[in-house]
Design a protein around this ligand. Structure first.
Ligand code: GAR
Length: 364
């Protein structure tokens, strides 16, 4: 399939045709770049990414997810444009030489047939978080893997988001928690009471049997358990990506960490920068980390409290949005003090979220 065709003529290429192109290039000492994706609603981020990817070689093939595979990846409302239209639009770009449509969840078999010289992928992945099967296929055909930075603030999901919730609409919250979920309950109750103009579009936990998930299920909210991986303290790469996918699918405005006891990394932390809040049971910057309440007692502090802050890659160090104070009383145990702190958290967190737009914090 080449450029300059009329709509009626348009058919995407077959894998075998692309392989022929690859072999011709190879014989000339030139390189074929391969990238894949859904490319549902083309935006400047796509165009710039594709131009950067094309610059890595001498011709580029885009492997385009079929309609069925987009549905499986992005949910039942997608794609917005069917695969032939998506292929035709892509093919009209200067950076794209050829488009091939694939229906499998993975591009593995295409990679094996086409044997590209370079494989390019958008920067919400790392080489490690690429699907293991695809990575093995790329390694076996000797393809160079290149991760390119995403263009910030541009995404199909963001565009759809803007169309669905113009400014003034409800804030779409994804809440993450690991524990009993009292803060989550406070958010749900504030919404029900009309004190928080928001909706919970996803409740995500790394603990299958947590009170947090039970609250979500009881309230009929979309509840997701994400297997954190084998390390009891860390959140594995696959889990980081799975959480990101849940957030994207739910068209999340703001990510709320309500007692989520693992560290979020890429792609969530970069993609949702400025839109992730955490509630922490200390008066930050005092007592960062997982034992803040006990640390306040051990330090002999006269008061304790909680902080709602933005989340950055550095733990408990993002911009402070709001704090609440409680006294430390003689005879306090960590449990008693923590309960007193939580009473304040339950008011503070919904309040900060409700003021989100007034504060001018970014919403896509
Ligand atoms: C809350 O007190 C929150 O501040 C804390 O976990 C508790 C969760 O309680 N978060 C952290 O310690 C994060 N470093 P909950 O499950 O009842 O909402």
């Amino acid at each position: 399939m080449s450029k300059g065709m009329t709509e009626a003529d348009f058919t995407p290429a077959t894998a075998a045709e692309v392989r022929q192109l690859r072999d011709q290039l190879d014989a000339q000492g030139k390189k074929l770049v391969f990238t894949n994706g859904c490319f549902d609603l083309l935006h400047a981020g796509h165009v710039r990414y594709l131009a950067d990817a094309r610059a890595l070689g001498d011709a580029m093939v885009v492997a385009l997810n079929s309609d069925a595979s987009v549905r499986a990846l992005k949910g039942p409302d997608r794609p917005l444009n069917n695969e032939n239209d998506r292929a035709e639009v892509l093919c009209a770009l200067r950076a794209v030489d050829v488009v091939v449509v694939f229906g499998d969840e993975r591009a593995t078999s295409l990679i094996e047939i086409i044997r590209p010289h370079v494989y390019a992928k958008g920067g919400d992945y790392t080489v490690e978080s690429l699907n293991a099967e695809e990575r093995a296929a790329l390694q076996s055909v000797g393809a160079e893997i290149r991760i390119l930075p995403l263009v910030p603030g541009r995404s199909t999901t963001a565009t759809i988001q803007k169309m669905h919730s113009p400014q003034g609409g409800k804030l779409r919250l994804a809440v993450l928690g690991s524990g009993v979920g009292s803060n989550f309950r406070a958010i749900v109750e504030a919404i029900q009471a009309g004190k928080l103009d928001a909706e919970v579009v996803a409740a995500i936990s790394d603990q299958k049997d947590s009170g947090f998930l039970a609250i979500a299920k009881q309230a009929g909210l979309p509840a997701h358990f994400v297997d954190p991986g084998s390390n009891p303290k860390k959140l594995g790469e696959a889990a980081q990506k799975e959480i990101f996918d849940h957030l994207e699918r739910a068209r999340t405005d703001v990510v709320v960490l309500a007692g989520f006891m693992r560290i979020l990394k890429e792609p969530v932390i970069g993609h949702y920068s400025g839109r992730i809040v955490n509630v922490h049971p200390s008066l930050l910057p005092k007592h960062k980390g997982a034992h803040a309440v006990q640390d306040a007692l051990d330090a002999g502090d006269a008061e304790a409290g909680c902080t709602v802050h933005l989340v950055t890659a550095e733990i408990d160090a993002g911009a402070i949005l709001e704090q609440g104070r409680v006294p430390i009383l003689s005879g306090d145990t960590a449990t008693v003090l923590h309960d007193r702190i939580k009473q304040v958290e339950h008011v503070l967190l919904p309040k900060v979220l409700n003021e989100w737009r007034e504060r001018g914090l970014p919403v896509r």
